[in-house]
Ligand binder design. Structure first.
Ligand code: GAF
Length: 395
């Protein structure tokens, strides 16, 4: 992949100025998700992939038992004592400190460390810069302190950091995709067993196009936890008749319908969306294997409809972007991606039509919301990995 060389040069220079030593580097990618939204914390299926945009971290040990962090993007410094680890008021630092906290439960760190990081993932775009940061920090500390963690353990650590230090009860999808990504492949992941399969995904005459709505509505985090609670509530009620079920993964639409009278309309809609979305992922992986991209695209539109109307995690701007391409023959499918309430749509579009499509969407979105739409083409990439620092040194 093409690393962001300019960013690397800046990070290295800043690190050397601040800490007067040469750092090691790690790159940790953001992710897309083809289909399977909000299914991860319901023990279901997802189809994410790591991308060529991500977080770059320069890091080294220090001798003073402090954790010294600098965010290039926010131009902020945070310093804490290794022995007094707790969540801080600077949001981004908690993704890092949360990972340290989880790793210390396995092996206490023998010294402090320094980190300077920055990224080329547009902030708030729903491409999961937070999971990228967590996995990057996990790999960096694993390497520095010889903790001997497996990749999947690092993904789990990232998820736990988010639960315990950030306060978002996320599923495992983002961290898994960031660390386990494979070039030109999507991952079909069973979020219960963590069994996974890589699918070659170059889509031939089609490509993935992300459209960044550039909005991030304030409900995003609180509503995320609320949706999770609603699913858990649904499971509790269903358990009265079906004691063996553990999550919505184990429930069929028929079972749900039998207990419809026990569920509010909202709970019914939340649960039926999850059950249907799980079925869509299973179907999508068959279609992808058979290269039936048109049918796959239709599933993306269905997924969006469910996310918007039943799960209610979309927003006006995302709905607008999906509606705009619905009747465009060059677009096979489109839907909101990630947690929702803003961020990007993911679109499967004909390569040859991409340029005109971007022009049209940009024009219409600007007319309606007076916001300059940003569209990205992404390559599917390998997961979190160390980069030879000579690479930056040589520019
Ligand atoms: C966010 C979460 F972090 C993921 O775990 C997942 O639930 C996703 O929203 C929705 O599919 O990115």
């Amino acid at each position: 992949m093409q690393y962001s060389k300019n960013l690397g040069v800046h990070l290295k220079r800043i690190f050397e100025e601040k800490f007067t030593k040469t750092p090691q580097f790690v790159f940790s990618p953001g992710r897309i998700n083809l289909i399977g939204e909000h299914t991860d914390y319901n023990d279901g299926f997802v189809m994410p992939a790591a991308i060529d945009k991500g977080i770059y971290i320069a890091f080294a040990k220090n001798e003073n038992n402090r954790i010294r962090l600098f965010s290039y993007d926010f131009d902020e410094t945070v310093e804490v004592e290794l022995k007094k680890l707790e969540a801080v008021s600077t949001g981004w630092a908690n993704y890092i400190l949360g990972v340290v906290n989880e790793i210390q439960k396995i092996k206490p760190l023998s010294s402090g460390f320094d980190m300077v990081f920055g990224g080329d993932i547009p902030i708030g775009s729903g491409l999961s810069s937070s999971a990228a940061l967590e996995c990057g920090v996990g790999v960096a500390l694993n390497n520095l302190f010889n903790v001997k963690l497996q990749k999947i353990q690092i993904a789990r650590i990232g998820q736990a950091a988010e639960h315990n230090f950030v306060g978002v009860r996320c599923g495992i999808m983002d961290q898994f995709a960031s660390i386990m990504g494979k070039k030109n492949h999507t991952i079909q992941l069973d979020c219960r067993s963590l069994e996974y399969e890589y699918f070659p995904s170059n889509f031939e005459e089609y490509q993935i196009l992300l459209c960044n709505s550039k909005v991030k509505h304030s409900l995003a985090e609180s509503s995320y936890n609320q949706r999770r609670e609603e699913c858990e509530k649904g499971v509790q009620i269903l358990k009265e008749k079906y004691p063996l079920i553990e999550s919505l993964r184990d429930v069929t639409l028929e079972m749900l319908d039998i207990l419809r009278h026990r569920l509010s309309n909202t709970l019914y809609n939340r649960c039926s969306y999850i059950i249907e979305e799980n079925q869509r992922v299973v179907e999508a992986s068959k279609l992808l294997k058979q290269n039936k991209l048109k049918q796959l695209g239709a599933l993306l539109f269905e997924s969006h409809q469910g996310l918007s109307k039943k799960y209610e995690v979309s927003c006006e701007e995302l709905d607008f972007l999906v509606d705009l391409v619905k009747n465009n023959s060059a677009v096979l499918g489109s839907r909101m991606m990630g947690g929702g309430f803003g961020g990007c749509t993911i679109n499967l579009v004909e390569r040859s039509a991409k340029e005109n499509l971007v022009k049209e969407l940009t024009r219409e979105y600007d007319k309606k919301y007076n916001i300059a739409l940003e569209c990205y083409e992404v390559e599917l990439e390998n997961g979190t990995h160390l980069i030879n620092h000579e690479f930056y040194g040589s520019i």
